[in-house]
Design a protein around this ligand. Structure first.
Ligand code: G7M
Length: 251
């Protein structure tokens, strides 16, 4: 995680042990051992983890697939119905059984409402890597692929209310935020990512991120836009879905 500015003087002054590695003229390099209270490592534990979790966190090369609507219907959809991650953590947030004290904003409408919480990748200590997610209340929208003109009010609420809530709570204006959806997502319950614009979060690259403002425009132009066009997705080499595309001769 990024350094917190106010902690830097302490890091340089306080008890930090320095071991010289090499010195040359005006240049030198050291090992620095910060005191324990300044050397926190943000840690996420998944227990018990499934095979799919293990794969997600292993380093792997990725391949791009162009998924047509027919591919989605014939290959992707049956696959995600048979083996996607459990959504229990999402339902826990929506039902206030977990992370209730972390909620930044809620629109309680069952159709057009959502909950905005800090993503668990963000420790909330500094704004450089600000990261929140908006989880929709309705449970019948799996991903970008399911979106139609019917969802415009919901998506507009997320963009407007989400930006307002982040500006109010964290002082970061909408013009400094990247608001986007993943395709493919890891979790097939519609959610929207809010990250600091200056932060290149994993999954904010062109092959995975779809800006919510662009999604809104596409749906306003054509209600069935996301059921008509091919979508690029980056699939890990060890991902069973990639094997399915290969078997179907689509790679
Ligand atoms: O779009 P995709 O499905 O890849 O992203 C899901 C997002 O949800 C990621 O950014 C995760 O870091 C975040 N996330 C995953 N889990 C299991 C949790 C959780 O339990 N709590 C919170 N707050 N965020 C999570």
């Amino acid at each position: 995680t990024p350094f917190q500015e106010e902690k830097i003087p302490e890091l340089l002054r306080k008890h930090a042990r320095l071991e010289l590695q090499m010195r040359n003229d005006i240049y030198s390099t050291y090992h620095l051992y910060p005191p324990p209270e300044l050397s926190e490592i943000k840690t996420t534990v998944v227990y018990p983890a499934t095979e799919k979790h293990l794969r997600k966190y292993l380093r792997q090369e990725v391949h791009l697939v162009r998924e047509t609507w027919e591919d989605y219907r014939n290959i992707t959809l049956p696959f995600i119905q048979s083996q996607s991650f459990s959504l229990q953590w999402v339902y826990n947030i929506l039902e206030k059984k977990a992370e209730a004290d972390r909620i930044i904003h809620e629109n309680p409408d069952p159709r057009d409402g959502f909950v905005l919480v800090p993503d668990f990748k963000w420790n909330q200590s500094q704004l450089d890597d600000l990261y929140l997610i908006a989880l929709v209340h309705r449970r019948d929208v799996k991903s970008l692929r399911d979106l139609t003109g019917e969802h415009l009010p919901l998506l507009r609420n997320i963009l407007r209310e989400g930006q307002e809530a982040v500006a109010e709570r964290f002082g970061v204006p909408g013009s400094r935020l990247r608001v986007y959806l993943h395709y493919q997502p890891s979790y097939y319950h519609l959610h929207v990512h809010f990250t600091a614009l200056g932060y290149e979060a994993a999954g904010s690259a062109a092959e995975r991120a779809h800006l919510l403002a662009d999604v809104l425009d596409n749906l306003a132009l054509d209600s069935r836009y996301y059921q008509r066009r091919a979508l690029t997705c980056a699939l890990r080499a060890d991902e069973p879905l990639l094997a399915k595309f290969r078997e179907a001769g689509r790679l």
